[in-house]
Write a protein that binds this ligand. Sequence first.
Ligand code: SF4
Length: 356
Amino acid sequence: MSQKLNNVKRYPLVLMLEPKFRSNLKSPLCGKTDYPDAALDEYLSPERCFYALKECGAPVVAIAGGEPLLHDDMPEIVEGLIKRKKFVYLCTNGLLINRCIYDYIPSKYFYWSVELDGLQEDHDKIVDKQGAFEEAVSGIRYAKSRDFNVTVNCTLYLHQRTKSIIEFFNFLTNDLKVDGINISPSYPYERASDQDHFLSRENTKRIFRAIFLSKKFKKWKLNHTPFYLDFLAGNQSYYCKPWSNPTFNIFGWQKPCFHLNEGYYKTFQELMEKTLWDQYGTGSYEKCADCMTHCGYEGAAIEDMYERPFKALSKKLFGIKTRGPMLPEINLKDARPAEDVYDRLVESKMYELDLM
Ligand code: SF4
């Protein structure tokens, strides 16, 4: 709100902090942990995390990765961020919650954000580990019993059935009683070994319309603006605002967003000023063609909400349109072709950090 009042055009809402890339899972659908071993072992110190936060000033920090609970200094990082009165979402696959929970204290500023992508069969298949669902659910139950806030982050893929997703959301709401559900269509990571189960924009809109048709829809605590949900259902046409969720990791400020690494800057100011933002987003860049994730589009929905508060309220009260024609899709014809930059970028950063 203060950024809007000060007429700031681009501002961060959520700092995506990646203090360590290593994970204890190896999902074929994950494109975030395909780094050389030396990079997977590298990590951000608490001081660098606090400095990144000071640079960008976002009100919310999502600690992602990799698996953040593998970072030895994670309790200190979380405590420091809370001390700075930031809302902290510790994004974990949930496998280590039971072991690590005693290092954390419940706070209104702190949320366990557990990645669960469906009921047991779906989730275990997606993360490629039998029993992962049970372990994560056990962690959620234990965290809830100790008065922690717990949200679930759910990414949807092509092979999941609508009926099963609806059952999953009912389970989160009625059985686990989680404090919020984040949903996102999958982003087609170029480094993921399985390229067959990501959602196209057309499939995303079809699936979300079917999910939102559920009679239980209003009972789910979906952690999103009504306009973002409306966008997922094909009723809003937004251009991505990737600067709303800037990403900081061992290589620096990642351009342009959490999903794409197309370059790095040393300072947040450089990221904001030097990134050619118009070159990214659906319709502008081939790698963005199928993206509808909240990383870039929730920021656009929030902007819209400030501009049309009554319309947003009516969406909240009367629900999302699930029938009838959708808005026409963005024209992809003029999108610039994908650039193959990953190997060159990672290699140069590895040299710079003396990790070769
Ligand atoms: S559309 Fe936006 S959030 Fe999605 S990959 Fe492109 S720049 Fe990133």
